[in-house]
Design a protein around this ligand. Structure first.
Ligand code: URA
Length: 188
């Protein structure tokens, strides 16, 4: 039987890929451990690596704003990443790094047991929903699997780079809020 204590202790010493050699801190995850809504990003950036917490840099500030728009904050949801250690110079995590890390995320998802998983950006959407996922075409669409609802929206970093995408992300958030109202009991 898995537990948060067991998972955190095992994950803390992970050396399954080369990212452990350059990390300052492993970035495990944050939020409510029995959340109904879980957000999954790509991997820690510089600030996250220094602090050991996901989404605390510029993308994290925007994520907090996105959550506020639909009356959420990070204490009501759970936030994790595809990989737990920072890829150097913020490059995309490689497939083998994601593979090496996937067991930790799988166990986190099993322990949180969320009703809704929101993938932030292309990398998480391809890793979690469909390897062929096209974020520009499929963001905001719901996918049901194993009794959970999955959706992807733009990564906050993409919205910082290209503010023209923000209205579409806003629509995704409204869609998320209405799904939460429909199927969640403890989030609002
Ligand atoms: N980008 C991510 O995907 N995750 C973080 O934790 C920070 C930035």
């Amino acid at each position: 039987m898995d537990s948060w204590d067991k998972l955190k202790a095992e994950c803390a010493g992970c050396r399954a890929c080369a990212l452990c050699e350059t990390r300052h801190n492993l970035v495990f995850g944050v939020g409510r451990e029995d959340a109904e809504v879980m957000f999954i990003g790509e991997g820690p950036g510089e600030q996250e690596d220094l602090k050991g917490e996901p989404f605390v840099g510029p993308a994290g500030k925007l994520l907090d704003t996105m959550l506020e728009i639909i009356d959420l904050d990070r204490n009501k949801v759970y936030i994790a990443n595809m990989v737990k250690c920072r890829p150097p110079r913020n490059r995309d995590p490689q497939d083998r790094e994601q593979d090496a890390c996937s067991g930790w995320l799988r166990r986190q998802i099993a322990l949180v047991d969320p009703k809704i998983i929101v993938c932030l950006g292309r990398i998480a959407a391809m890793g979690i929903i469909d390897p062929e996922f096209r974020i520009t075409r499929e963001h905001g669409q719901w996918h049901e699997r194993d009794g959970r609802m999955y959706m992807a929206t733009y990564h906050p970093s993409a919205l910082l780079r290209d503010p023209a995408k923000r209205p579409e992300a806003f629509e995704d958030l409204r869609e998320l809020r209405s799904k939460i109202r429909q199927i969640c009991r403890n989030t609002y």
